[in-house]
Ligand binder design. Structure first.
Ligand code: SF4
Length: 213
């Protein structure tokens, strides 16, 4: 049994059924995982979602951005970071000459929590296998967590943003540097903090240089 089929079995998806129904030879493992996620009913969030929001961008991206959870616009379109926060993220990337297609963007959970509440730890845990597999398949050089909730859920660090920013963390299982940026939605609510984005981008650049990306 290959690794991906083993993974499907562990996720409770019958590999033979899955192959028969969905997989084509041209599908990448990431796209195959996306199909698994689109059928997921592991937590209560599946009941209220419109579309799952798996992720978007280059499958070989050096930088993986991870936000909290899909919002209303994302749930409608099935894409992460659309709407005003998404536009701001696109502008932040442009400041360092990157386009969205140069990076990969995902969330800690793939379904929208009702009324845009934060995802619970339980929901994040249910969805964690998908994020972990995304990280493994994309194998980025750097992970950027967008906001305190993503930091809390991914690196299990409940410190304030002032303590989280401009520091490097690592996932226990992988030697990938992780840094924390303000969430674009927070910046929209607190425009005075936007000037700190430049400091964050300079820190990201230093990490990319340090790890020879
Ligand atoms: Fe499944 Fe994640 Fe959606 Fe919960 S949030 S139903 S675990 S895809």
């Amino acid at each position: 049994m290959n690794k991906f089929n083993q993974y499907l079995n562990e996720m409770g998806v019958e590999a033979f059924w899955y192959k028969q129904n969905y997989k084509s030879p041209s599908d990448s493992e990431l796209k195959s995982l996306q199909i698994v996620v689109s059928n997921c009913t592991k937590c209560e969030l599946h009941k209220t979602r419109n579309k799952t929001v798996f992720g978007d961008g280059s499958e070989s991206a050096k930088i993986l951005f991870i936000g909290e959870a899909p919002g209303r616009d994302e749930d409608k379109e099935g894409k992460p970071f659309v709407g005003r926060a998404g536009k701001l993220l696109t502008e932040i990337l442009a400041a360092i000459n990157l386009e969205r297609r140069d990076v990969y963007i995902a969330n800690t959970v793939k379904c929208r929590p009702p009324n845009n509440r934060n995802p619970s730890s339980e929901e994040v845990n249910f969805c964690a296998d998908y994020l972990e597999k995304q990280i493994e398949l994309i194998n980025p050089k750097v992970i950027v967590l967008l906001g305190k909730v993503a930091a809390d859920r991914v690196i299990k660090n409940e410190s304030s943003m002032a303590e989280l920013r401009k520091r490097t963390f690592f996932l226990e299982s992988k030697n990938i540097p992780i840094i924390v940026f303000y969430h674009p939605a927070y910046l929209l609510r607190n425009p005075v903090e936007k000037r700190k984005v430049w400091e964050d981008l300079i820190y990201l650049k230093s990490i990319l240089e340090e790890y020879d990306c």
